[in-house]
Design a protein around this ligand. Sequence first.
Ligand code: B12
Ligand code: SF4
Length: 461
Amino acid sequence: MTSVEQPASAVQSELQHLTHTGRKSGKKWLLIQPVSTTSMMVDSGRVSMPLNLMMVATLVGGMFDVDFIDERLGDPVPDDFSGYDVVAVTSRTLNATKAYSIAEKAKAQGRIVLLGGVHPTMSLDEACLHCTSVVYGEIESVWPELAGDVIQGTMKPVYRAEGLRPMNDILRPDFSYALGSRNSRKYSSRIPILATKGCPVGCNFCTTPTIYGKNYRFRDIELVLEEMRYHQERLGKERVHFSFMDDNISFRPAYFKELLSHMGRLGIRWNANISMNFLHDPEIAELAAWSGCDLMSIGFESLNPETLKSVHKGSNRLENYSTVVRNLHEQGIAIQGYFMFGFDNDSEESFQMTYDFIMDNRIDFPVFSLVTPFPGTPYFDEMKPRLRHQDWDKYDTYHYMFEPKGLGTGAFLDNFVKVQREVYRGGAIMRRMKGKPVNWVWLANLQMNRFTRSLTPDIFL
Ligand code: B12
Ligand code: SF4
């Protein structure tokens, strides 16, 4: 033990003291959400409030002073980090290059630099090169050890817990960190919230099964409702719009139905990502509508059964697709349908089948992306020899990563542009949207009409 180190028991008792008295340690953290440098529109317009970094801030703020910067809002990251003891940066793959450059600058100035979030978790060795320590997965699971080491100044290269903490332990996120920015009006008005975490479906291109395995955790329903009521009170209105950040909120239908049956009494509106497992059950659609759902985001991904099988998307049964859509539409719920292209089984026919499905089923807001092998996933390992590049700025699901076996680059990208233009043509929008309420989904279609007309195959290279 060096002269500045305190015995572990002393650090533990200081931690306990800080936790119980609400006093701060005197050390100051800077938390940063970097903007990506992708050429696509991912970080433009209104962005969602960064629930992950707000959760980090809430935990850290219990013991340390915290400054919070969301660079996506246009808030500048300082060049001089001397006012901070710790600089902590969150990162996904598409902003990893930016996160690393901030981290290196702060490290060169002698700060303790932490990297966390999906990309550093999935690319531990790479991330370690740019910072003092990487936090693997959720900060909550390593917090007492991490906080103790910061106080003591004895950092480890990686903080990784053996297990996951129950979700009921999560603190209610303090939104004042993000809303403190002068530019906070650039945030979407939808309030991010979590009820569950994990998704055991196990698609091979998704990071969730790698990080959380088959684990599926959920919060007590009363805690979710209490958080919703808190926001209703904070905002002084009943009709607050919540956006669930869950990987797959409907994975346990019994929990989901019970949650909805309570949410319906609050008078809120909500949207969520959802997998198709149980959506052919009309009761779920009825309950969802009754509880205030106006939009569900569903990963249909592909109309090709071979592709669904190859990516282990066991939740998607083609024979259920139209039933799922009908159930939701009958209840007035709009569908944001995700469709991925670039798989080896893709052919000209795949594009046509997707177009027909979207038009026949009047999918409200189709979103097209290119399959992207994210580092750390089984799909990345499989595709690594065929990747055109590992330029993380282009890992935004809108860049062309490898040539699919079934189509050459030129033909593939021509079809990719064509299918988007076709579903967003004026006439096609009318066919899909006629008779539906005039709301932001309509507006999004009109914006997409303009955007898709400007698309060229080169944009995706
Ligand atoms: C909800 C969601 C969205 C929402 C909201 C995104 C947002 N702004 O938060 C929407 C729909 C807008 C969205 C958009 C996109 N998304 Co998204 N999204 C998710 C999802 C399902 C949940 C994210 C979430 O908020 N979870 C809840 C929070 C609380 O958990 P958490 O992020 O894990 O945070 C904890 C830890 O990571 C850690 N932590 C996080 N940061 C830090 C920082 C420090 C310093 C420390 C110590 C700890 C720490 O502690 C946190 C608290 O416990 C994830 C899947 C997943 N499980 O990550 C995909 C995911 C993040 N999305 C993904 C993608 C690809 C995208 C898009 C590029 C898609 C697109 N083309 O539009 C965009 C990019 C948007 C952007 N600018 O980042 C990928 C990213 C893959 C990767 N390797 O980067 C994921 C992982 C899904 C996947 N395919 O595997 N997404
Ligand atoms: S269903 Fe969605 S969240 Fe679940 S493993 Fe597949 S892509 Fe990931």
